[in-house]
Design a protein. Structure first.
Length: 310
């Protein structure tokens, strides 16, 4: 279920914008005319939704019903946001992070000099429960808080870049970063039971073998963290910790490296065109494949083929 918005008709009173009868809007890809913002790009993975949204310069008083834990990071411009108690918040591009827990309604309006692009991450309860045991007390009674948090900001910007330039492992990447942001939020902003520590213990040999075989068999397909975790019978956070303890890599890094290792073997023995090789491994085009190959192998696929043929 998407986040919902109620936007009212403009009426000015003593410098304040009040609202009359409300109209319901949703954050689907195409929003009705008059909505305070609209979705430009989006990706849904499990109970996680990452979007690029465009906010109008000015929005009349409206209410936002957050059904999921939400993180907002503006990319440009400056907005002054006013809540229903007339408290003022300044949201600056590339700096401020707004966080609101699920099940809460925010009401207010904003003013800005220009439209503002924002990255929005919405995390459902099923993911949130992975990082909390028992009750979870959110900051500010679950209402909106505004913070400057470098760890969340850089993670959100990485999600934004992946929205613009998706990779074959984008679903793994989105799930991995979203869970990292959620864990950081729970441990730094909430009162909750500690997440159990795996004590540095890795996966058992049969568990690791099952995961590796799955990755090798599905190099051309998308994999998600819950799929891999189910092979071991562990929760996603426990699986990620133990997998890193066993391999020194996150699942996302491991999948990309497995694709590149397979590509190396093909380049060394076959004359398959690079475009065909890229598509066979789930890359969107040769350019994306070449950039990933160079980042991991240190040389381009063409140079690697030339060296192995010499």
């Amino acid at each position: 279920m998407p986040t919902s918005f109620r936007a009212g008709r403009k009426r000015r009173s003593s410098g304040w914008i009040t609202h009359g009868r409300s109209t319901m809007y949703t954050t689907s890809a195409t929003m009705a005319s008059g909505a305070p913002f609209h979705t430009v790009l989006e990706r849904e993975v499990e109970d996680i939704r990452c979007s690029l949204v465009q906010l109008e310069p000015d929005a009349p008083r409206h209410a936002i019903l957050h059904d999921r834990l939400s993180f907002w990071v503006p990319l440009n411009g400056r907005r002054l946001v006013y809540d229903r108690r007339a408290r003022e918040y300044e949201c600056r591009g590339g700096d401020s992070i707004t966080m609101t827990s699920g099940g809460n309604v925010w009401e207010g309006f904003w003013h800005g000099e220009e439209s503002q692009a924002c990255v929005l991450l919405e995390v459902g309860d099923s993911v949130l429960r992975e990082h909390s045991r028992g009750g979870l007390v959110h900051p500010n009674g679950g209402q909106m808080i505004l913070r400057q948090d470098e760890r969340i900001r850089y993670s959100m910007l990485a999600l934004y870049q992946d929205l613009l330039q998706p990779s074959p492992a984008s679903e793994l990447f989105t799930g991995h970063l979203a869970r990292g942001i959620t864990q950081h939020y729970v441990s730094h902003y909430c009162r909750a039971a500690d997440v159990p520590d795996a004590g540095g213990r890795g996966l058992s040999a049969p568990e690791l073998r099952r995961v590796r075989e799955c990755v090798e068999e599905r190099l051309s397909q998308k994999l998600s963290l819950p799929e891999l975790a189910r092979l071991t019978g562990l929760s996603v956070p426990a699986f990620c910790r133990r997998f890193r303890a066993s391999t020194g890599l996150s699942p996302y890094q491991y999948v990309l490296r497995a694709k590149i290792e397979h590509a190396k073997a093909v380049l060394a023995r076959e004359e398959m065109p690079l475009t065909d090789l890229a598509l066979s491994l789930g890359f969107y085009d040769q350019s994306q494949f070449t950039n990933t190959f160079r980042r991991i192998a240190g040389v381009s696929p063409r140079d690697f083929r030339r060296r192995t043929a010499a």
